[in-house]
Design a protein around this ligand. Structure first.
Ligand SMILES: C[S@@+](CC[C@H](N)C(=O)[O-])C[C@H]1O[C@@H](n2cnc3c(N)ncnc32)[C@H](O)[C@@H]1O
Length: 447
């Protein structure tokens, strides 16, 4: 039995999807749209970004979209996250004796540093292993010298809550950061800082769980310096395992909605990304303890400003009510797409405004990203995005945001053709709920 408005919206989504090839690719792609294999893979295992896709996705995808790593490739990811596209793009080309030129954009300052550290490591590999080891010795010395210093605890209340973090552990994390900032050089600092960031969760009683940090009272927090030494040992081994690449790459701290100006005249064979899904995950929140320990924010106001800069995918912050599509030539097409979804938002509850803002704000942001990407794709290039759809509301007022269909249609509106929707996973559904509850890869080519 269909629930509430779910069925009506399914018809709306089906009308767009009817023009596209939709294939069940779950056997091939089900494990590739999640971080399968990343926790064992050198470099990828430095920090677990739960929302990453697999380091093995690109190898599978390239031939499927008609691109070959037997040629030099230029590859972009405007939502670089932990850098999976960038690293795996380099490895795919280098494995065939070719070169990749990779380019990424990431908005979150900690996640950007993570991508940057891994990219540096992928490009230089064992060539920087010696200086990494020498700098570690300096860091150890600075760490010892800082013994007895008391550091100002960041104003984030989570770090001040003794149920979550022991005060001496917070001091130790800060001491390591100061030692890194004094003992490392530009070439390796991000790698050491990411090693420190990976200690934050195991040294707390918090666990990242979907949309929130959960309190785990029975967990015994580890001592930061011990964990840090284990992490840098693994990082050193990974550097030794990595042959330097002849490929090149950069990742910018910036906004995907401005990717064409950040790309500075470059154009790309492949743009591959997974944007924040419109499912309430707030990356600023989920990765806040790492960002504060690294000193990415000096005040609550800075963290709030960071939240405001992210894609409008979550209602945890009220975003500016400006919609670029209204001033574009696409306004009526976008409204035909979005209005039926907005009409399903249950009226009168306290989430109503936030929910409507997520639908219209997300569509507006994604349209901007797709317009920008259209400017920087080569004429025979491909854009692939990975996105998950989600169920919102409760009871009879449930509705699905089919981000794959919404983005596919937005892409058509701004000069792309949808070559294929590869359904990678059906998400948990109870009987009667929408067939659009799924995670997909949508393949686009310039129209
Ligand atoms: C699903 S994750 C990407 C994961 C990535 N594919 C990987 O494998 O690690 C989406 C990313 O988009 C970033 N993001 C959010 N708003 C952004 C914006 N306006 N511009 C660029 N990146 C943004 C988030 O910080 C997050 O890292």
């Amino acid at each position: 039995m269909a629930i509430g408005g779910v069925e009506a919206l399914d018809r709306h989504y089906s009308a767009f999807e009817g023009n596209w090839t939709v294939a069940d690719c779950s056997a091939d792609y089900g494990r590739l749209v999640v971080p399968h294999g990343n926790s064992e893979a050198p470099l990828y295992r430095w920090f677990h970004l739960k929302e990453a896709f697999s380091s093995r996705l690109l190898d599978r995808l390239l031939p499927d979209v008609g691109l070959s790593a037997c040629a030099d490739l230029s590859i972009a990811d405007p939502f670089a996250g932990s850098g999976t596209t960038l690293l795996s793009g380099i490895s795919a080309c280098e494995g065939n004796g070719r070169r990749a030129s990779v380019f990424g954009v990431e908005r979150n300052p900690f996640i950007w540093e993570l991508a940057q550290a891994k990219l540096q490591a992928r490009i230089h590999g064992k060539a920087i292993s010696g200086s990494f080891a020498a700098e570690l010795e300096k860091i150890k010395k600075f760490y010892e010298d800082l013994n007895g210093e008391v550091f100002a605890v960041p104003s984030l209340s989570t770090l001040r809550n003794e149920k979550y973090f022991r005060p001496e552990h917070v001091q130790d994390l800060l001491r390591i950061r100061h030692a890194i900032d004094s003992g490392s050089t530009e070439a390796t600092r991000a790698i050491f800082r990411v090693s420190l960031a990976s200690c934050v969760e195991p040294c707390s009683r918090l666990r990242r769980d979907g949309r929130a940090l959960r309190f785990e009272p029975s967990r015994e927090p580890k001592f930061p310096w011990d964990v840090f030494l284990q992490r840098v040992d693994m990082v050193r081994r990974d550097l030794d395992l990595t042959d330097p690449a002849s490929s090149s790459g950069e990742v910018f701290l910036g906004d995907a909605r401005q990717v064409s100006s950040l790309a500075l005249e470059r154009d790309f064979d492949l743009i591959l990304f997974s944007p924040p899904y419109p499912n309430n995950i707030d990356y600023t929140e989920i990765y806040k303890t790492e960002a504060w320990v690294l000193g990415c924010y000096e005040s609550e106001a800075e963290m709030k400003a960071q939240r405001q800069r992210t894609i409008r995918s979550h209602p945890s912050v009220r975003f500016a009510q400006d919609f670029a599509y209204l001033k574009s030539g696409f306004a009526s097409d976008v409204q035909d797409l979005v209005d039926p979804v907005v009409a399903r938002v249950p009226l009168g509850d306290r989430y109503q405004e936030g929910r409507i803002e997520v639908i219209t704000g997300y569509a507006d942001d994604m349209l901007r990203v797709l317009i920008e990407c259209r400017e920087i794709i080569r004429s025979n290039g491909r854009l692939v995005f990975v996105v998950g759809n989600s169920l919102h509301g409760a009871g009879d007022s449930k509705y699905v945001i089919a981000a794959d269909v919404i983005m596919g249609r937005l892409a058509e509106i701004c000069g792309w053709r949808v070559s294929e929707v590869k359904v990678a996973r059906m998400l948990k559904r109870r009987s009667g709920e929408s067939a659009f509850l799924r995670e997909s890869l949508v393949v686009l080519e310039p129209a």
